[in-house]
Ligand binder design. Structure first.
Ligand code: ADP
Ligand code: ZN
Ligand code: MG
Length: 492
């Protein structure tokens, strides 16, 4: 990755970056926001279109109720206040992929405002303000390759025109690319939990424009910002911001001024390039959409939607740590997706040792899934299988080594743990009493204090001795038998 004009660490330290993000998420409605056309991704070009989304004269928009509910749900997930009345507006601009010559969006009365997302940064928590969430329609797509005559022509696919989007605008509250990265990670996680979008960046269902300026530390006014558009991964957004910070500092240090403009990031070169000068709001000649009534989401409807709001990731992690005695790290891994958290909890709630299940998921299951290129939903070992294996290790019926072998077999045979465990006929355990006796004698000899306690009446010490012998046998002994042998010797 290239770095911008060399800015020394000392010079860089004089400046503070200021970042605000605008994120578009495509809502998972089956039809578009103002017509009944399908939103299916990958349909033949221009097959999901009708007079409304083609902007033909006389066609009128009809608002999709589901889009409203999804937007409100997302807004609740990021702690926004829902506006009971919001207004659609026309944002006018001329572009080949915008057939009507305007986009229906929301302007001064968006559906939701004043939210926040909490991010973990430098060992603490920081609130990043959300200015607004509004509903709007997507534009079509210009294609510059992949068809005949592509060298001399641009093709337009309007399947995406009119697809429902929620745009989430943050306050300029972030102070480093790392904070921006963390904000995006948490935002995506919350949106995925609410289920209103699949947030698939490759398919464009989550898109981010990053606004950035720099100012001298201690300065209270913001500097002039630039906007980096259409970067298709969080990692690239972080890189683009790093580059842009150095570029802007370089310009200011040489006594020049920043031009407010929209820039594009070239990930291969690691550089941003000027694309166009930034439009101002008045360039868009916003005015209320005359073909749509103001949108009213009354208290009753809001309450109904709120009923569908799941427990959010951060709250869920705190509760899971309390409830299952797992670590912060465990909780983070186990809540990576809502499905994984649901599955874990469904077995952990019934288990005597949820922590061991958590360890097995992280230590044995996820690595094997990754190596096999499988998603959790495709795992041969179900969460119930993991729980069953945890119980077997807990009881000393199988050793850690046997568990690993059985997991390998499960993945090889694509069969759940319990099936393989039964098929393998409960792995051979050592019933070799003679060697068990030797191990028991050794353990008893090595732990006179514990023997004394046992003989003084503390019978629960037996667990300690069984554990020691199991360990000495590398998990190969039969715990029941070990128990018998030890009891006999200790009672003697
Ligand atoms: P515009 O009118 O240029 O679109 P907005 O005020 O609507 O600007 O803000 C767009 C985004 O840019 C928001 O996410 C906001 O937080 C961010 N932003 C605004 N001013 C700055 C600034 N000086 N530096 C960095 N980000 C900014
Ligand atoms: Zn349509
Ligand atoms: Mg704006």
């Amino acid at each position: 990755m290239a770095t911008a004009s060399a800015v020394s660490p000392e010079v860089r330290a004089k400046y503070e970056p200021v970042i605000g993000l605008e994120v578009h998420v495509q809502l998972l409605t089956e039809s578009k926001i103002f017509c009944s056309c399908s939103t299916r991704f990958g349909s033949p070009p221009n097959s999901n279109v009708c007079p409304v989304c083609l902007g033909l004269p006389g066609a009128l928009p009809v608002l999709n109720k589901k889009a409203v509910e999804f937007a409100v749900l997302a807004a609740m997930g990021i702690q926004c206040r829902i506006n009971e009345v919001s207004v659609f507006a026309r944002k006018n601009y001329f572009y080949p992929d915008l057939p009507k010559g305007y986009q229906i969006s929301q302007y001064d009365k968006p559906i939701a405002e004043h939210g926040f997302i909490e991010i973990a940064i430098d060992g603490g928590l920081k609130k990043i303000g959300i200015t607004r969430l509004h509903l709007e329609e997507d534009a079509g797509k210009s294609l510059h390759e992949g068809f005949a005559d592509a060298a001399s022509k641009t093709a337009i696919d309007l399947n995406r025109a009119g697809v429902a989007l929620a745009e989430i605008v943050s306050e300029p509250d972030m102070r480093s690319p790392a904070e921006a990265y963390e904000y995006l990670t948490r935002l995506k996680e919350i949106i995925l939990y609410t289920g209103v979008s699949d947030c698939n960046m490759e398919e464009g269902s989550l898109r981010c424009d990053a606004n950035i300026s720099v100012r001298l530390r201690g300065e209270s006014k913001f500097g002039t910002k630039t906007e980096i558009k259409n970067v298709n991964s969080f990692r690239f957004i972080k890189q683009a911001l790093e580059y842009e910070i150095e570029r802007q500092i370089g310009i200011l240090e040489s006594g020049e001024t920043i031009t407010q403009e929209t820039r594009l990031y070239n990930a291969t070169e690691g550089k941003t390039y000027a694309m166009r000068s930034k439009e101002k709001a008045h360039d868009y000649r916003y005015f209320p959409e005359p073909d749509l009534l103001p949108l009213v989401v009354d208290e009753k409807w809001q309450a109904d939607i709120r009923g569908g709001l799941p427990e959010l990731p951060e709250a869920r992690r705190s509760r899971m740590i309390q409830e299952y005695g797992i670590t912060v790290g465990d909780a983070h891994t186990l809540t990576l997706t809502r499905a994984m958290a649901d599955q874990f909890e469904s077995v952990a709630a019934k288990s005597k040792n949820p922590k061991r299940i958590a360890n097995l998921v992280q230590g044995e299951l996820l690595g094997r899934l990754k190596a096999a290129g499988l998603e959790l939903e495709e795992s041969p070992i179900s969460m119930a299988g993991v729980a069953a294996s945890a119980d077997l290790v807990e009881a000393g019926t199988i050793s850690g080594k046997m568990l690993k072998d059985l997991y390998d077999l499960s993945f090889e045979r694509k069969l759940d743990f319990e099936v393989v465990y039964e098929a393998e006929g409960r792995p051979e355990q050592s019933r070799d009493t003679a060697s068990l006796e030797t191990l028991a004698d050794e353990v008893i000899a090595a732990n006179p204090k514990q023997v004394e306690q046992y003989r003084a009446g503390k019978k629960t010490m037996i667990g300690f001795f069984v554990g020691q012998v199991m360990k000495a046998s590398k998990g190969q002994a039969n715990p029941q038998l070990v128990n018998e042998v030890l009891t006999k010797k200790l009672e003697a």
